[in-house]
Design a protein around this ligand. Structure first.
Ligand code: SF4
Ligand code: SF4
Length: 104
């Protein structure tokens, strides 16, 4: 199991915004695209993963328990910000700290 599969902190910390072309049926969808019903509209050019701007953020697509075992239920279709984020990113440890996890 990768460190991310026992973490999930970034999916429960940051807003996840992307262009609607990555939605299911969109011109630049990854895989099957992000299901529209998992998003909220922000502007004409931005949609947001539902739950990621809540007071206690948690992406609606995340399954499992933070810091234990998690998975993205739309992994093959996840949007660009999720594809670009990994443990090399400085914000990784910020997210982990926010969720009470030790830095990597
Ligand atoms: S916060 Fe870092 S370690 Fe945790 S899931 Fe995100 S990239 Fe992986
Ligand atoms: S779409 Fe998947 S990888 Fe992206 S924030 Fe949500 S659960 Fe995490």
């Amino acid at each position: 199991m990768s460190v991310c599969q026992s973490c999930g902190a970034c999916c429960a910390t940051f807003r996840v915004d992307f262009h609607p072309v990555e939605l299911a049926g969109g011109a630049f969808a990854w895989g099957a695209g992000v299901p529209l019903e998992m998003t909220v509209p922000v502007t004409a050019n931005i949609v947001r993963m539902a739950g990621t701007d809540a007071a206690a953020p948690r992406c609606v697509a995340l399954a499992g328990e933070i810091g234990q075992q998690v998975s993205c239920t739309i992994y093959d279709s996840r949007p660009s910000p999720c594809r670009e984020f990994d443990t090399e990113h400085a914000a990784c440890n910020r997210a982990r700290q926010r969720c009470g996890l030790a830095p990597l």
